[in-house]
Design a protein around this ligand. Structure first.
Ligand code: COA
Length: 186
């Protein structure tokens, strides 16, 4: 059973299938999907979140290959405001999105700190890699703020088209050396 995590302002609650309704109301926005992998369908189907959770996320969770949480403010724990997930593998170890009204407040950086601790200290992986579109400034800033480095570039397909991708990486040793001096990782 996956643990609930907390950050300064956030609860990271293990994903439940019943979260699909709330996520479906928030996720299908161009500003949220445009820099996601082109596998995300657009226009987004009315049952897109439910079918993705049921057919992709939960089977991977049950295999022990993925770990998913929904994000909630500590002072409004019934309201889902975004999600973050970790993925076993060599290339794409993390995904995240946050509903627009909550963006730009440092919340996803807090969630990343909590899930980095889980990735390195609970799951025991040696490295975390996250590819992202170079023009996805907000996501890029999260990588910078949490001590990641660019290790490769390539082109890949996003919902909005083909873009330059940067592969960001951080090792367990780097995370352990940096996390205590990062403002967002209390
Ligand atoms: C990426 C995303 C999760 C960021 O969440 P968030 O809670 O707003 O992120 P944070 O506030 O923790 O950090 C974002 C940083 O980017 C900065 N930023 C955001 N937009 C920016 C812009 N257009 N120009 C410059 N800086 C920008 C913010 O100022 C902040 O940096 P700061 O703390 O130094 O001021 C959110 O924008 C999102 O859901 N985007 C759509 C989905 C997505 O792209 N997911 C990632 C795929 S790789």
């Amino acid at each position: 059973m996956l643990a609930q995590l907390t950050a300064e302002r956030l609860i990271l609650r293990p994903l439940q299938l019943s979260d699909a309704d709330q996520a479906q109301r928030l996720f299908p926005q161009w500003e949220i999907v445009k820099y996601l992998n082109a596998k995300v369908p657009w226009p987004f189907p009315a049952d897109g979140v439910l079918t993705f959770y049921r057919d992709v996320s939960f089977p991977a969770i049950e295999r022990g290959d993925e770990w998913h949480w929904t994000l909630r403010l500590k002072n409004a724990p019934d309201e889902l405001i975004g999600a973050i997930s970790l993925h076993r593998g060599d290339q794409i170890n993390r995904g995240f999105w946050l509903s627009q009204p909550w963006q730009g407040k440092g919340l996803m950086t807090e969630a990343v700190c909590a899930t980095n601790d889980f990735w390195f200290d609970v799951l025991g992986f040696d490295v975390l890699r996250a590819p992202k579109a170079a023009e996805n400034i907000a996501s890029r800033r999260i990588s910078e703020k949490t001590g990641m480095r660019i290790v490769a570039t390539c082109e890949s397909e996003y919902v909005c088209g083909r873009l330059l991708t940067e592969m960001w990486e951080i090792t367990a040793d780097e995370w352990h050396a940096k996390r205590h001096v990062l403002n967002h990782c209390r």
